[in-house]
Design a protein around this ligand. Structure first.
Ligand code: ADP
Ligand code: MG
Length: 247
């Protein structure tokens, strides 16, 4: 499979009053098209910085970021983003929130087509019947489901999620994991997931990329084989335990 994302020798430092703050120091990552990369690493190691480098919101001081065969040099509309606390426009309905990216990237698309696309996704994540509700009427897990639909509605080249399930309780979180896997089967997409949760990384990722060190670099890439019936706990025993000592 061809690589959709290639990150080659990326180094980054922020400019601070006290001088440059090196954050990433040697990042090498390849994400094949259609695959799911989970990125784990300690707080402050530069994971969110990495999402901004892929989406073109920031340029690395050194090294190269490629997306779909093009060098990333500025912000890209072909990236979908989801965060821990989804920002929803509270005065708009769920449907109106989900179609927002289409209003921006496809201004001439007929409203009916926008809504049909949104509806298909809302159904897949179990939100059929909630399209007319306001965000405040939804639980945290449902808001996160709606924000996933919004992040995917314009069929981005890649979905980037920065600790999307961190604020959810354990049951809701595991439900969402299953939804992510079901979604990928129905509508394949490429995904980069940033997470603190090793079980999540192994459950969802086709590969788990471990960042660590100060400043951080790619330490370790674990390929996760996908047995059809993979059981979370068995996998966790087998794989995630191996990674613990790396963090
Ligand atoms: P993570 O997402 O892994 O917790 P971040 O990428 O958010 O890490 O941040 C990495 C480091 O860079 C942290 O020490 C953070 O304080 C610092 N940092 C992040 N953004 C900025 C910024 N805009 N200016 C200066 N320092 C920053
Ligand atoms: Mg972060």
């Amino acid at each position: 499979m061809k690589d959709l994302i290639e990150i080659k020798g990326v180094r980054h430092a922020y400019t601070t009053k006290a001088g440059p703050l090196p954050v990433l120091d040697g990042l090498d990552i390849s994400v094949p098209e259609g695959s799911f990369a989970a990125v784990v690493g300690p707080s402050g190691c530069g994971k969110s910085t990495l999402t901004k480098l892929i989406s073109g919101l920031m340029k690395p001081r050194e090294g190269e970021v490629w997306l779909g065969g093009e060098r990333v040099t500025g912000p890209r509309k072909t990236v979908g983003m989801a965060f821990q606390n989804p920002v929803m426009l509270e005065w708009r309905t769920i449907m109106q929130n989900v179609i927002l990216p289409l209003e921006i990237v496809a201004p001439r698309m007929p409203q009916a087509e926008r809504e049909a696309r949104a509806m298909e996704l809302l159904e897949m994540v179990g939100l059929k019947g909630f399209e007319g509700k306001r965000p405040s009427e939804l639980s945290g897990g449902m808001r996160q489901r709606a924000s996933l639909c919004r992040a995917l509605v314009h069929q981005p080249q890649v979905l980037i999620m920065d600790e999307p399930f961190g604020a959810l309780d354990a049951f809701t979180r595991e439900d969402l994991w299953q939804t992510m896997r079901d979604l990928r089967v129905q509508k394949p997409f490429t995904c980069v997931l940033i997470t603190h949760d090793l079980r999540e990384s192994v459950f969802l990722g086709d590969q788990v990329i471990v960042l660590s060190g100060r400043p951080a670099r790619t330490q370790y890439v674990l390929d996760v084989d996908l047995p059809a019936d993979r059981t979370l706990d068995i996998l966790f025993e087998q794989k995630a335990q191996d990674m613990l000592h790396l963090l």
